[in-house]
Design a protein around this ligand. Sequence first.
Ligand SMILES: *C/C=C(C)/C=C/C=C(C)/C=C/C1=C(C)CCCC1(C)C
Length: 250
Amino acid sequence: MNIPLVAEIVGLEKIINTDPVAITFFIGYMAMFASAVFFLVERSTVDGKWKLSLLVSALITGIAAIHYYYMRDFYLQTGQSPTAFRYVDWTLTVPLMCVEFYLLTKPFGAKGGTLFKLILASLVMLVTGYIGETSGISNNILWGIISTLGYLYIVYEVFAGDIARLTKTSDSPALGRAMFLLKIFITLGWSIYPIGYMVLPGNLLSGAFAVSSIDLFYNLADAINKIGFGLVIYYVAVSESSKTVAVATS
Ligand SMILES: *C/C=C(C)/C=C/C=C(C)/C=C/C1=C(C)CCCC1(C)C
């Protein structure tokens, strides 16, 4: 049997009480879990074509909740979080966010090709980002730049490419408002990640922040982006569904 030493317990308690990174792992886990339950339950209150969008929101937050469950534990035991957990999570959830863009614009003519381009760009962004974070100091700026090209391509698609065009021709005010908010998420919200990356040793902002761990950036960004993104889609789904009810009863 493995009885922990008193010193170990005191150490753990100190981490939980005073380390902001540890606290954000806990909050992140609970918030993601609660959101997944919320989106799943609310699925039954929206119209047919929105049910899939809410299911995808539940998957995004649910996948993150499970990763946070493990990352939180690992962090408490070791004071670190493996880069791989983080990137496995993103490699599943960011393409699912691309699916959300596709589903939102599909009723207005989005094609599979658009989805494919978005997913490909997100994979380029994440695979090169992972190489940059794990391959050491000497090349992480270069890989970060390549990764940023993938990111900028997604921004381009949403602001000026297929997604923007379909939103414009959709004449749906709810979709217009949702896209406006989602644009804020992918520019301001998503930019937290490359900023966190640039604080890594050897990178452009190294030493600029007195934050010991890049995980603080990533935890905050994940909570904002995954839950906020899902709530925006929930908002469109609810407003579009109530429109159908209004038409049906008038
Ligand atoms: C739920 C997770 C999300 C929305 C993750 C998004 C991640 C990014 C936008 C990451 C971007 C990166 C760059 C643009 C350059 C440096 C490397 C990355 C992967 C941190």
